[in-house]
Ligand binder design. Structure first.
Ligand SMILES: Nc1ncnc2c1ncn2[C@@H]1O[C@H](COP(=O)(O)OP(=O)(O)OP(=O)(O)O)[C@@H](O)[C@H]1O
Length: 357
């Protein structure tokens, strides 16, 4: 079941929360809605669920228009950050709840419900805790019960709002891997909200980056990371160094440096106009020579503890310290040390130009 959203607009008492949203969520894909706090992720998710209604625009599940349908009529599964399990019901009964409360003519027989809940318990790897009560579970286990509970009614669409947001980093990491595997097995169109870029890059088939109620980019994770289409996406997803300059005959000029570029994400660079280059830490090469460099500076910090080496450089060509990532081999060969003067040569530029400056 694919989800299609057309020209969606949503206001909260004059505040424009969703601005002309057009999106398709592919059948059985796991899509992340990613963006900073307040950008409209939850509002969009709740509008897809039928818990919130748009002021204009349409939502389709497959070919069926669901814009005016209630949440119950849409048959969606929903998992919140803080999912209120029923404290007086054990895990088994919590999962069975959605089936038990169905009208009699739609309710499966008792034995069918038992089989279904047993299968779901196995799926979320909690069979041994069927008789436990929510206050006897860890946060991660509770979220797995919440997920099993939302799946019990066989939703056409699964919507998750920061499902692991309240858990600590290690548990989050385990659960998101587990969600990815589960999603492969279940084959249900799923959308989850997160403000954690690593989480989005790690588990999703597609990422929708939102900013101030609008969509900045909707793309595969590797394209979001390697070919960001807007300055916002470039800075929001992954670490990046920022250089302000201007274009002069195929060169990016920053202060006294002129870097001849032949590899940018943007094909046309307009002469004599301001330009901002965004460069990931691993897309910068350190050099002892000024040839084709974009900047120079002194090394102020070296972190060589891990598999890669992070080097921080203070430079007049950048407002913030520049971060460069090297392999341990490169670092050991060049024998870089704090206070060394180095030049920075980009391998690749993400270049954005402001017009008419
Ligand atoms: N019921 C409401 N009434 C008024 N304003 C609202 C309401 N719900 C959301 N908003 C506003 O709409 C904007 C988007 O909110 P939303 O919860 O969708 O953001 P979000 O991207 O999910 O943020 P977060 O990551 O902090 O949850 C915010 O500025 C919020 O204050």
């Amino acid at each position: 079941m694919s989800i299609r959203i057309e020209n969606l607009e949503k206001y909260f008492a004059g505040f424009h929360a969703l601005k002309n949203i057009n999106l398709t969520f592919g059948q059985n894909q796991l899509t992340a809605l990613l963006g900073p706090s307040g950008c409209g992720k939850t509002t969009l998710l709740r509008t897809i669920a039928g818990l919130e209604f748009a002021d204009s625009g349409n939502i389709y599940f497959g070919d069926k228009k669901v814009t005016a349908l209630s949440a119950a009529q849409r048959n969606v599964g929903f998992v919140f950050q803080h999912y209120a399990l029923f404290p007086n019901m054990n895990v088994f009964d919590n999962i069975a709840f959605g089936l038990q409360v169905k009208p009699r003519r739609l309710r499966p027989e008792k034995e069918k419900i038992r089989q279904k809940v047993t299968a779901l318990l196995a799926l979320v790897e909690l069979s041994h805790l069927a008789a436990a009560y929510p206050n006897q579970l860890s946060g991660g286990q509770r979220q797995r019960v919440a997920l099993a509970r939302s799946l019990a009614v066989e939703p056409q669409v699964l919507l998750l709002d920061e499902p692991f947001g309240a858990l600590d980093a290690q548990v989050r990491k385990t659960l998101r891997r587990w969600l990815r595997d589960l999603h492969l097995e279940l084959k249900v169109t799923s959308v989850f909200v997160t403000h954690d870029q690593e989480e989005a890059l790690d588990v999703s088939d597609r990422i929708v980056v939102m900013n101030r109620g609008s969509i900045e980019q909707s793309d595969q994770p590797e394209r979001i990371y390697h070919s960001p289409q807007t300055p916002f996406v470039t800075q929001f997803v992954g670490d990046v160094n920022v250089f302000h300059g201007h274009i002069d005959q195929g060169n990016l000029v920053v202060g006294e440096f002129a870097h001849r570029f032949n590899n940018t994400n943007q094909t046309q660079a307009i002469d004599n106009q301001s330009a901002t280059a965004y460069i990931r830490p691993y897309e910068l090469t350190l050099s002892r020579s000024a040839e084709n460099a974009l900047a120079s500076g002194r090394i102020v910090h070296i972190n060589a503890i891990g598999f890669i080496v992070r080097i921080e450089i203070e430079s007049r060509q950048s407002e913030q310290p520049i971060e460069v990532i090297l392999t341990k081999n490169d670092y050991l060969q060049q024998k870089y040390q704090v206070k060394d003067l180095v030049y920075l040569v980009p391998d690749k530029l993400n270049l954005f130009q402001q017009m008419n400056i």
